[in-house]
Ligand binder design. Structure first.
Ligand SMILES: *Cc1c(COP(=O)(O)O)cnc(C)c1O
Length: 405
């Protein structure tokens, strides 16, 4: 059975050119870039080149990049730094739809006594800009917001928000893990202070990330140790992975046009085809969105069951409900958007990449309706080709959600 991988927002396949660029730095070119001999020197030179490749993708200076171990570390570092460099400010602004790397860190900071404002979104997943403006105070140390939502692909106007924060003297960080490589980014033309990215979302390996820190911004290191990364992140550099991220950044820049034409067209054909199935809908603004992501609700059936059947047919996707993690709650993102629970439960995220093909979309459009029909036939909320009207559906907020149980 052939695999159709539509889960590129979860992680991506390492590009063959990325792996090839990395391999010499495991054996052979193994020097420590801090060493004063030639074995160190050749590696230091390669690191400089890789840093330049990533800086070119972001439109920033190589010196504005700090390598980290992952997107999560980049997010944590940004939040930590903003609070440590402004100890008088005790307020942090974020949104209700952030990645767990930010949401759970904010929850931790709240327990430490910081004040947190989580700005809401509308039914399309777009940020409540008035709510954001009203949240900003002289006590606000940081505004941190996703550039692109990992579950829906919805974009926040971070460039506009960065200007707003800059005018008010508030530090602005964006988690751009999903945006990098999918939309054009030119940091030197923005007021963004810090930006997080992760290698494994752009065809580099898992376990390498980066944080952009605007030149001149006060910074406090999260990892204290040696002089690496200009003293901003201690620890011997993860050389092969940094080299890999450099190549991945170069390829992402070259493939940006394809991402916004061919990949987008694939996504749109897939989405339009799936919407022909009755009782389906797209979650998230279809206009203000990444080119590769669609989040679709198949009402009256359960996301986890859909995933199971899709996987059986070779299709990899992910769901917006979190029943497998032991909770009955649908995704916090869909909840924040006010997606009705019968729809939130049956939501599926499909995220494409340049590695996907037209044939795969055609095949998926053959398999999906079969799966949905089969599951609806088994659903207690579906009868005679339509939803059961008086089924007395219970809200997921209760402990006895009939879809989950
Ligand atoms: C994947 C992801 C992260 C976390 O990156 P890791 O490298 O897995 O730590 C953070 N934010 C967003 C939006 C992501 O999609």
């Amino acid at each position: 059975m052939k695999t159709i991988y539509f889960d590129n927002n979860a992680t991506t396949d390492v590009d063959p050119q990325v792996l090839e660029a990395m391999l010499p730095y495991f054996q052979g070119r193994y020097g420590n870039p801090s060493s004063m001999h030639h074995k160190g020197g050749e590696v230091a030179a390669a690191l400089r080149e890789a840093r330049k490749q990533l800086a070119d993708l972001l439109g920033c200076e190589p010196g504005e990049i700090i390598y980290t171990s992952c997107g999560t570390e980049s997010d944590n570092t940004a939040m930590w730094s903003a609070l440590r460099t402004q100890p008088d400010r005790r307020h942090l602004v974020s949104s209700r739809v952030e990645h767990s790397a930010v949401i759970n860190n904010a929850a931790f900071l709240k327990r430490q006594g910081y004040r947190i404002t989580e700005v809401g979104v509308d039914r399309e997943g777009l940020l409540d800009m008035e709510g954001l403006k009203n949240a900003l105070t002289p006590d606000t140390a940081l505004v941190t917001l996703l550039w692109a939502n990992n579950e829906t692909g919805v974009l926040f106007p971070v460039e506009e928000i960065a200007r707003l924060c800059s005018e008010k003297g508030i530090v602005f960080h964006t988690d751009a893990v999903q945006a990098v490589g999918k939309i054009p980014i030119n940091l030197k033309e923005t007021k963004i202070d810090m930006l997080s990215l992760a290698g494994h979302k752009i065809h580099a390996p898992k376990g390498i990330g980066a944080l952009y820190v605007r030149k001149g911004l006060k910074f406090a290191p999260f990892m204290i140790g040696g002089h690496q990364e200009g003293g901003r992140r201690g620890g011997t550099e993860n050389v092969p992975y940094i080299i890999g991220l450099g190549m991945a950044a170069k390829l992402a820049g070259e493939r940006l046009p394809e991402e916004n034409t061919r990949v987008k067209a694939l996504r749109d054909r897939l989405e339009d085809g799936l919407l022909k199935i009755p009782y389906t809908m797209v979650n998230g603004s279809r206009l203000c969105r990444l080119p590769n992501t669609t989040n679709i609700s198949f009402e009256y059936i359960e996301g986890e069951s859909i995933l199971f059947h899709l996987s059986h047919a070779g299709i990899c996707a992910s769901s917006g409900s979190a029943c497998t993690s032991g909770s009955l709650e649908p995704s916090h993102v869909l909840r924040a958007m006010g997606v009705p629970f019968t729809a939130a439960h049956g939501s599926i995220r499909l995220s494409l990449a340049t590695t996907n093909t037209d044939e795969e979309v055609t095949e998926a459009l053959r398999i999906f309706p079969e799966v949905v029909i089969k599951l609806r036939d088994l659903s207690p909320f579906w009868k005679d080709g339509g939803p059961v009207q008086e089924s007395g559906l219970l809200s997921c907020d209760t402990n006895n959600c009939q879809i989950c149980n």
